[in-house]
Design a protein around this ligand. Structure first.
Ligand code: PRP
Length: 174
């Protein structure tokens, strides 16, 4: 898969603009509060790292790791938590940070799982909102860009673990 052709969708500058915009929205909405950002590994690691450095409010960080895709480009539909958060989220204002919402199954699952930890509020931030294969309706509170379809890689997103390190976002030409 490493040699698959790809075309650029978003440059590093495009992404940085969206990250800045999202950070401004988040800071405005949570002014005077302290939030817990929960990054969804592995895909969200670069987005979270960039986003958190644009926030001027008080922030704590945690991570959760789920496995939802098998090898390749198709979701198996199976989701399980492989590493849970460590912070106590009871009474906290929690923001889930995702790189991409595709079918929505992962985010819906995580939302329910984290809601069970009794946070004061629970919102979702995703850099990419890819709509064509959405299978469940979930409220997305902060969205970078919407896409219809395409298998996207780079800026944390992978295909069989390749391409995560790229500073830009690409669509694979399958
Ligand atoms: C990707 C992405 C989301 C999920 C979205 O993670 O980071 O968590 O898929 O897909 P969905 O909306 O169809 O559920 P993936 O399982 O590929 O793991 P990774 O983050 O480790 O790459």
């Amino acid at each position: 898969m490493n040699q698959t052709e790809k075309r650029i969708l978003f440059t590093a500058e495009d992404i940085a603009r969206q990250v800045e915009r999202l950070a401004s929205q988040i800071c405005a909405d949570y002014q005077g509060k302290e939030i817990v950002l929960v990054g969804v590994l592995k895909g969200a690691f670069i987005f979270l790292a960039d986003l958190v450095r644009r926030l001027t409010i008080s922030v704590e960080l945690d991570f959760i790791r789920v496995a939802s895709y098998g090898a390749g480009t198709e979701s198996t539909g199976e989701i399980r938590i492989t590493t849970d958060v460590e912070l106590d989220l009871q009474g906290r204002d929690v923001l889930i940070v995702e790189d991409i919402v595709d079918s929505g199954l992962t985010t819906a699952f995580l939302r329910e799982h984290l809601a069970g930890k009794n946070p004061r509020s629970l919102r979702i931030c995703t850099l990419l909102d890819k709509t064509e294969r959405r299978r469940v309706t979930i409220p997305l509170d902060y969205v970078g860009v919407q896409l219809d379809k395409g298998f996207v890689v780079g800026y944390g997103l992978d295909c069989d673990e390749a391409h995560r390190h790229l500073p830009e976002i690409y669509e694979l030409i399958l």
